[in-house]
Design a protein around this ligand. Structure first.
Ligand code: HEM
Length: 255
């Protein structure tokens, strides 16, 4: 990076920070942060639902992006490390929004939730079976997101196995949103679910198809076609069998 570019980047960062600080000061003066979640009986509920929806959209995005990476759709325009950084960032954002979504239940005045109800699956006061699926999915999402950071230590195979759990997590959250959520019956929510589940299934089909074609090609390449003659150089390089070695005359005779 040359000096000019570095200076330009620095100016952009400083200008952005100034805008953020000024906006926060303006919002504090305007009273935007004077919110009391228990004052408005429905505010916590609206926030729980909206943060749940955002977490679900982020989870969908992370799943679809992961399939884009593994199917090598993005490799030509997004370098591997950047694709993985995007993947892990989206999945951590989904975890954060899901955490906020769950903790907001503490302010719900319709049902009384404790931390235990929120984080121990199937124990809460409202539809425990479907809310419990959300809790289980939350723990899965946490483990999967954390696995990005420890990939080097656990190895690629274990990391991949943990990653496969994300399909189970996605399925659980889908059932959770549909059957525990107030908006589960709305057409908009169902269209969102159809989009997420549909695109994941299609991409998964493409991914499985691609890896099958690859393994068939690899298999054919590994096995030389019957009857095909070997190149003489390959013949020469082939290790000699024990019988050939013993049949060889001793070095002094050969000379
Ligand atoms: C500790 C974990 C969780 C708990 C305790 C929990 C609890 C709840 C509850 C009680 C509702 C019903 C809210 C209502 O409509 O009145 C709900 C809805 C929902 N949750 Fe969760 N949830 C958890 C995890 C998750 C996760 C991980 C996601 C997504 C990644 C998620 C996404 C949703 C969605 C999309 C809805 C439907 C919202 C709507 O109706 O508009 N939840 N959750």
């Amino acid at each position: 990076m040359n000096k000019e570019n570095r200076l330009r980047d620095l100016l952009v960062i400083v200008a952005s920070l100034i805008i953020i600080v000024l906006s926060v000061v303006f919002m504090i003066q305007d009273g935007s942060f004077n919110i009391n979640l228990s004052e408005d009986s429905k505010l916590a509920w609206h926030l729980t639902r909206s943060s749940g929806l955002i977490a679900y959209i982020l989870l969908m995005a992370s799943t679809v992006w992961g399939l884009f990476i593994s199917s090598q759709f993005v490799k030509d325009w997004s370098p591997g490390p950047i694709s993985m950084a995007i993947h892990s960032t989206i999945s951590w954002l989904a975890v954060l929004f899901a955490l906020g979504h769950a903790l907001l239940l503490l302010f719900d005045d319709y049902f009384t939730y404790t931390l235990g109800d929120i984080f121990i699956p199937f124990t809460g006061p409202y539809r425990p079976e479907f809310v419990g699926l959300g809790t289980l999915a939350f723990w899965l999402m946490l483990v999967i997101s954390a696995s990005f950071a420890v990939k080097k230590f656990i190895g690629r195979r274990a990391w991949k196995l943990i990653h496969y759990l994300s399909y189970a997590g996605f399925g659980m959250v889908t059932a959770h949103g549909l059957f525990a959520g107030t908006d589960g019956d709305l057409l908009g929510f169902r269209l969102l679910v159809a989009l997420g589940v549909g695109s994941t299934l299609i991409l998964l089909g493409v991914r499985v198809g691609k890896s099958q074609v690859k393994s068939t090609k690899g298999h054919k390449r590994a096995k030389p076609a019957a009857g095909r003659r070997q190149h003489p150089l390959n013949e020469a390089r082939r290790p000699k069998s024990a019988a050939q070695v013993t049949a060889m005359p001793p070095a002094d005779v050969r000379e």
